[in-house]
Design a protein. Structure first.
Length: 150
């Protein structure tokens, strides 16, 4: 399972990326992909992180190709944009679809996920305080629902 965090109109912050990486490490995801269009920002953030940094990409298409190259098959992609879209699935239905697929999963988090051509879309993630505002907050909620208590 892979996850990626995608910005919307506002760019991601380093703090959001660090929180998202921590969530992926906590739930055992292989690696986090991060869409950052600025090459300068990607290099600066890479140097500011200890341990294995997330994989930074300059475009959305690079993220899916990266997983496909690593796994040898196109991933099943699930968009988690943080707001309602027509045809969005409840998390239980989305989890069922991902389990039934015979290919790796790629969860796309953040407002930019709405622009992705994904196989399915998840309803907005809601935690104890209501809807998750940022992509990294939604990532924590969704990963807990998919992989918590296993």
């Amino acid at each position: 399972m892979y996850a990626a965090i995608l910005p919307g109109e506002e760019p991601l912050t380093l703090d959001e990326v660090l929180r998202a990486r921590r969530a992926c490490e906590t739930y055992g995801l292989k690696r986090l992909g991060v869409l950052v269009e600025s090459a300068e920002t990607r290099e600066r953030w890479r140097g500011a992180m200890e341990g294995i940094p997330p994989k930074f990409f300059g475009s959305l298409g690079q993220i899916g190709r990266w997983v496909e190259e690593k796994e040898g098959i196109r991933p099943f992609s699930l968009a988690v944009p943080g707001f309602s879209l027509p045809g969005a699935l409840h998390w239980l239905d989305a989890k069922r679809r991902m389990v039934e697929e015979d290919r790796p999963g790629l969860m796309l988090f953040g407002p930019g996920a709405a622009k992705a051509r994904s196989d399915a879309v998840l309803m907005p993630a809601r935690g104890p305080g209501g809807a998750a505002e940022s992509g990294s907050d939604a990532l924590w909620v969704v990963l807990d629902r998919f992989f918590g208590w296993r």
